[in-house]
Design a protein around this ligand. Structure first.
Ligand code: IPE
Ligand code: IPE
Ligand code: MG
Length: 250
């Protein structure tokens, strides 16, 4: 799937590659509708596209890719579509785990396991255990994920752990999130033209650069990803400082 032999990796001249890229993979349904196909076909093509984008991320030397695959709000969709999205994750693990592992991809799941069938939960655990020592790319799959849910869950655990109020700070809260050991996303890409975050990484994305493209997810290819990364390279990340400060701090 993402088998890229190191000697074949084309050196891509990009100014500044984001370490952590997050993608809101949106527009599968509209992609299908535009072709007179059922939404399920859009999801199928969207999954195929993930292979290509993973490969491209390895090539561009992105270290962490977080993809939004199923939100806590997506439970409101028709039951058949929800079931199909569950099935897709299951078959991706069944079909691709071996090759992902061979390619050095570390699979992680972020999101609530409650609500997911025990069969799928087992597969998720297995995929994470098998790939846990891989270092080439961390692929974080946000599935049954919601940013608000993640924060509520963190607060509950902080209270359960009896943490005194004066010890609660931003660092502590970050350490209770799913992404506790990962840097915040540098770049969040959303396909299909929507300009909203839809409850994705709302804490971690506080200072992420945002990129939106009208392209529907199944058509978002390596060239589009390259454009997004090049665009990112032109951004000035100030983190609240002035341009003058940035110039002196380097
Ligand atoms: C993204 O595509 C996939 C998921 C949200 C699971 P959509 O299914 O949201 O496609 P549109 O937005 O209806 O076109
Ligand atoms: C966001 O897409 C969730 C995923 C991509 C999994 P949606 O299509 O569900 O988002 P909204 O509802 O249009 O904001
Ligand atoms: Mg959508």
């Amino acid at each position: 799937m993402v088998a890229v032999a190191p000697e074949n990796v084309e050196q891509v001249e990009l100014e500044r590659v984001p370490r952590h890229v997050a993608i809101i993979m949106d527009g599968n349904g509209r992609w299908a509708k535009a072709r007179g196909l059922p939404r399920t076909e859009g999801h199928r093509q969207g999954t195929e596209n993930l292979r290509r984008i993973l490969k491209a991320c390895v090539k561009f030397k992105v270290e962490i890719l977080t993809i939004y695959a199923f939100s806590t709000e997506n439970w409101s969709r028709p039951r058949a579509e929800v079931m199909m999205l569950m099935k897709i994750l299951e078959s991706v693990i069944d079909r691709e785990l071996h090759e992902l592992h061979e390619s050095g991809v570390q699979l992680r799941h972020i999101g609530e396991l409650d609500g997911i069938s025990s069969g799928l939960q087992k597969k998720i655990h297995k995929a994470m255990a098998v790939t846990k020592d891989n270092r080439r790319l961390i692929l974080n799959i946000a599935f049954n994920y919601g940013g608000r849910n993640e924060i509520v869950r963190a607060v509950r655990r902080i209270v359960q752990d009896g943490v005194p109020a004066e010890q609660i700070d931003e660092k502590l809260i970050s350490s209770y999130l799913y992404t506790s050991d990962l840097p915040d996303p540098d770049l969040i890409i959303r396909t299909s033209g929507e300009l909203r975050v839809s409850n994705f990484l709302i804490w971690q994305g506080a200072y992420s650069e945002l990129y939106s493209t009208p392209t529907y997810w199944p058509d978002f290819n390596e060239e589009e990803l390259r454009s997004a990364l090049i665009d990112y390279g032109t951004r000035k990340r100030r983190f609240g400082k002035t341009d003058e400060q940035i110039a002196t701090d380097g």
